[in-house]
Design a protein around this ligand. Structure first.
Ligand code: C2G
Length: 132
């Protein structure tokens, strides 16, 4: 069984996230998603609209996702790859090169980001549409 691992906040889930998760799953047989905790988001200087628990529940409902684990620090990836027997690490290519250190532990794949959608774009457009 080929196991795939990816990380993210996955807030205000949208079709760009789904495109990523589908392609990640298509690379193997089992997809583990490490979702950023609210505390780690603060470290990433991100404030998610949905709580960790609710973002986790939403991800677990996606047919491409087999397991969801918490992402609490920047430096848990090597341990996660070993602990979950990961064959392929996947991220969108906005992270191109940033995780190449994992190449000695597993395959590293950066997938083209889906253009035309992002969580911050959703927030901005809703704000503009609703401001007085
Ligand atoms: N993504 C994408 N296309 C978009 C938006 C996001 O392919 N239009 C991808 C990102 O490249 C990432 C994943 O979806 O691989 C999750 O995106 P975010 O929730 O924004 O994750 P991020 O804040 O980049 O967290 O340790 C890694 C970090 O936790 C990644």
């Amino acid at each position: 069984m080929k196991k795939v691992l990816t990380y993210g906040t996955f807030d205000l889930l949208h079709w760009g996230h789904i495109n990523l998760l589908k392609r990640a799953k298509d690379l193997g047989d089992y997809l583990v998603v490490a979702i950023s905790t609210d505390e780690f988001n603060a470290i990433k200087d991100k404030k998610a609209y949905h709580s960790f628990e609710n973002r986790k529940m939403i991800l677990e409902a996606i047919r491409y996702v087999d397991e969801v684990i918490p992402e609490e620090t920047w430096d848990q990836k090597v341990k996660d790859v070993a602990k979950h027997n990961i064959d392929i690490f996947v991220m969108g290519d906005d992270w191109e090169g940033k995780f190449d250190f994992l190449k000695e532990h597993c395959e590293v794949v950066y997938l083209p980001r889906t253009t035309g959608i992002s969580t911050s774009q959703i927030k901005d457009e809703l704000f503009m549409a609703n401001k007085g």
